[in-house]
Write a protein that binds this ligand. Sequence first.
Ligand code: PMM
Length: 285
Amino acid sequence: MTARCQVMGIINVTPDSFSDGGRFLEVDAAVRRGFELMRDGADLLDVGGESTRPGAQRVSEADELARVVPVVEALSRGGFPVSVDTMRASVAQRAVEAGAVIVNDVSGGLADPGMLPFLAEADVTCVLMHWRAHSTRMDDYCFYDSVVDDVCTELRDRVDSALAAGVRPERIILDPGLGFAKTAAQSWELLSALPALHGLGFPLLVGASRKRFLAEAAAYGRRESDVPADRDEASDAVAAIAAAEGAWGVRVHSVSGAAAASRVAARLRGPTVAVDLVGARAAKR
Ligand code: PMM
């Protein structure tokens, strides 16, 4: 168990991420990307088959399974810790059977009533993210009395539901859901409130990488850009701050800067919170 901010490398197995080729090429490219991310310093890999960017339509369960399961299986077989980014209990279950050690549900269990019971039954570590609505409608839900207080209250509610379903508290990681039903200003406000989020008493995952709210900070020395990869330096800066503030992990597209940030923070602040990803599942086998 590493007591250092975990760098979660993102693998989006979606057609818009890998523009040409059929499914085999998508899967093949995603697996290769996983090996690259691990070589560059990732601690674990987050595999997703459904885009959650604002306005994105849902994919079918069959398509999501076909995209995600072979990639999870290949990377797990390669010995890498894999997380599955899904809102569907069925996809989570197949991914866990294929070797995933974390279920990253951006809806925090809200999108699929079967998710929390599955997480409890499988005794698998989960990320519960703050979420209000699917991507086609989430921009209509950016209204808060106080974004920090309301996100904390709604995350506490997600935790209560998970515990009531039988999920063990040591299996829960929370995420403020930057950019999900949040304006840029609200995402910045949440980032400045990591100590308040830590007050919830659970390990925190921070996902700021390449998000639109970083565009203004990323434009230093050049024009503001619509190219997400132009936000990598700003993403690294957020990773450094999150690691310095004791986040359990950061979810990033480009891992080398975040991996360095994690090691610098570990030297400066000492060990951070650790989550045992495989203990209970291994014990059950
Ligand atoms: N963001 C995206 C997708 N999955 N999962 C967690 N836990 N936290 C996030 O902030 C998050 C996520 C959207 O970003 P992408 O389309 O660049 O993967």
